[in-house]
Design a protein around this ligand. Structure first.
Ligand SMILES: Nc1ccn([C@@H]2O[C@@H]3COP(=O)(O)O[C@H]3[C@H]2O)c(=O)n1
Ligand SMILES: [Zn+2]
Ligand SMILES: [Zn+2]
Length: 250
């Protein structure tokens, strides 16, 4: 048994030199994506992983840097890979809006029988806050986060031991009580806005207020192109880079 996470991108929504923040989790030879932004298919191609090698995609929320690559993935599976489908793992709240609010514009094609999201993907609904083994050895729990008010968005616990924030405002209570005290996560992948104030993301200044023993567990992701100016200024936290691989505890 092994569990690895490889960052496909570590960039913010508007980064131009970094791919969108998303990750490839490998569990016992099954590949699962965490999010699929508009640059994710290119990043997968860089590491020579093809769409038909992806078992499924977990959706954290429906901003384009997290779901903008879904149309390409589905169309390539359909037209280049012999009508294969991949799974989409998401909560009912995301499922209720993903097709109508986003995918339908490009993918609605009734004359060929493509009327809805289930014509392109195998939908797997996940209950919020309920750990679910989605492939052998890989359990996720989706936790509602503070991102855009009234828009569903989720962080993930992986096997109750790793925290992947996706996009969220700084939430000290969640980090201390749920991530550290309750689950004692030793690996934390956290979004990081390098400057400005934290309207919808955790800022570096906010993350730096955490105790050092928590900071040393944190790998920063979802940062801007100006990251190079911040090397050495992140306390005990480190930047994870695109295509870096971490072995995760099981
Ligand atoms: N209230 C908001 C809403 C959005 N944004 C920017 O738009 C991006 C959408 O993707 P993201 O990765 O959530 O980051 C958001 C902000 O850059 C923002 O800066 N403020
Ligand atoms: Zn984002
Ligand atoms: Zn977002």
């Amino acid at each position: 048994m092994s569990l690895q996470i490889q960052m496909l991108g570590t960039g913010s929504a508007f980064a131009k030199t970094l791919y969108n923040t998303s990750a490839l989790v490998r569990s016992n030879n099954k590949n699962i994506l965490i999010d699929c932004g508009h640059t994710t298919p290119k990043s997968l191609d860089d590491i020579q992983v093809q769409p038909d090698q992806i078992e499924g995609i977990i959706i954290s929320h429906i901003h384009a840097d997290h779901i903008g690559g879904l149309e390409e993935m589905a169309f390539r599976l359909l037209y280049e890979f012999n009508q294969k489908k991949t799974k989409l793992f998401m909560t009912p709240a995301i499922a209720a809006i993903l097709w109508e609010n986003t995918l339908k514009g490009g993918m609605y094609n009734p004359s060929d029988g493509f009327n809805g999201i289930e014509d392109y993907f195998d939908i797997v609904l996940l209950e919020e806050s309920k750990p679910t083994e989605i492939v052998p050895g890989f359990t996720i729990e989706l936790i509602s986060t503070l991102h855009i008010p009234h828009k569903p968005s989720y962080s993930l616990f992986i096997n109750e031991q790793t925290f992947y924030s996706a996009d969220t405002k700084f939430n000290e209570e969640l980090l201390i009580h749920e991530v550290i005290n309750k689950r004692n996560c030793h690996t934390i992948l956290h979004d990081c806005q390098l400057g400005g104030h934290g309207a919808i993301h955790a800022t570096l200044a906010e993350l730096l207020t955490l105790p050092e023993e928590i900071q040393q567990r944190i790998h920063l992701m979802h940062y801007g192109d100006e990251m190079v100016n911040y090397i050495g200024k992140t306390g005990k936290m480190t930047f994870i880079k695109q295509h870096d691989v971490l072995e995760l505890p099981q």
